[in-house]
Design a protein around this ligand. Structure first.
Ligand code: IPE
Ligand code: IPE
Ligand code: MG
Length: 236
C-alpha cells in the first residue's frame, strides 16, 4: 500500500490521486539570501525534481505543477529567458529519469507558443513517455485557466451543446484524474489563474514555505491533512 493510501484515517479510499502545486516564492527565497532571482528559480527546479520523485514514491496518479503562467510574460525579458533556459535544461537532463521511472510527461497550457526548440523538446519528451503507466507529471506552461476554459468552450461549441461535461472533456487536463488537492507555497492565498474549473471541489492547502524550501515532508503533511478532511461535494 502506498504511503498516501496508508495515511487514510477511516478505511475509505480517500487518498489523493491528483495533486497540483502553485510553486511560488523563488524570487523571495533568493532575495532573502541577497542572490539574483535566477538563483531562486534554479533551486526551484531542484525542488521540482525532488517533489516529482516523492509523488511517484507516494503513489500519486498525477502531479500538476504550475511552472509558467500566461501572465508571467509581464516579467522582465531576462527573467523570462532564465526561466526558459531552466525549462530547456530540465527536459534535457531529466527526461531519461522520467522514462526510466515509468513517468508520463504531460504539458498543459498553450505550450506551442513557446520558442520552437522548446516545443520540439516538449513534444519529443511527451512522445517518449506517452506509453508510461506510472505517475503523470503534468507541467503547466504558458498556462492560464480562463484561456483554457475559453478554448475548451469554443471546441465544445464546435461539436454541439456547451454543457459542463462537454467543456470538461476539452480541457487540457481531460486525461488526468479529478483534482483532489491544490497546494500553494509562499504564503499567497490566491489561485493566480490556475485550474479554476478543476478546483471546483478540490481541497486547498496553503503554506508559508517558499518553493525552494518545500520538501517531500511538506507534501506528506499536506496529503495527511487531505486524508483527514471530509469531502461532501454538496451532499450531506
Ligand atoms: C515562482 O516564483 C516561479 C514563477 C512564477 C515562474 P516567483 O518568481 O513568483 O517568486 P516570488 O513570488 O517573486 O517570490
Ligand atoms: C503563479 O505565481 C504562477 C506560477 C507559480 C507559475 P505568480 O508569482 O506569477 O503569481 P502572482 O502574480 O503572485 O499572483
Ligand atoms: Mg510569485
Amino acid at each position: 500500500m502506498s504511503a498516501v493510501a496508508a495515511s487514510t484515517g477511516d478505511g475509505a479510499a480517500c487518498g489523493a490521486r491528483h495533486v497540483a502545486i502553485i510553486m511560488d516564492g523563488n524570487g523571495r527565497w533568493a532575495k532573502k539570501r541577497m542572490m539574483p532571482r535566477a538563483f531562486g528559480h534554479k533551486r526551484g527546479v531542484d525542488t521540482v525534481r525532488e517533489i516529482a520523485r516523492a509523488a511517484r514514491d507516494m503513489g500519486l496518479e498525477a502531479l500538476t505543477l504550475y511552472a509558467f503562467s500566461s501572465e508571467n510574460w509581464k516579467r522582465p525579458a531576462d527573467e523570462i529567458a532564465d526561466l526558459m533556459g531552466l525549462l530547456r535544461s530540465f527536459i534535457r537532463n531529466d527526461l531519461d529519469e522520467l522514462v526510466a521511472n515509468n513517468t508520463r510527461l504531460k504539458i498543459i497550457g498553450d505550450y506551442r507558443a513557446l520558442a520552437p526548440d522548446i516545443v520540439e523538446l516538449i513534444e519529443d519528451a511527451m512522445a517518449r513517455t506517452a506509453q508510461n503507466t506510472g505517475t503523470t507529471l503534468a507541467i503547466a506552461l504558458n498556462y492560464g485557466s480562463q484561456q483554457e476554459i475559453a478554448r475548451a468552450a469554443a471546441k465544445a461549441a464546435a461539436k454541439g451543446a456547451i454543457t459542463p461535461e462537454a467543456i470538461e472533456a476539452e480541457l487540457d487536463t481531460a486525461c488526468l484524474p479529478p483534482l483532489d488537492l491544490l497546494i500553494r507555497t509562499s504564503g499567497e492565498i490566491r489561485l493566480s489563474n490556475f485550474l479554476l474549473w478543476q478546483a471546483a471541489y478540490a481541497e486547498m492547502w496553503f503554506t508559508d514555505v517558499l518553493w525552494p524550501d518545500f520538501t517531500p515532508a511538506h507534501l506528506r503533511e499536506a496529503l495527511e491533512q487531505f486524508a483527514a478532511r471530509e469531502r461532501r461535494f454538496g451532499g450531506r
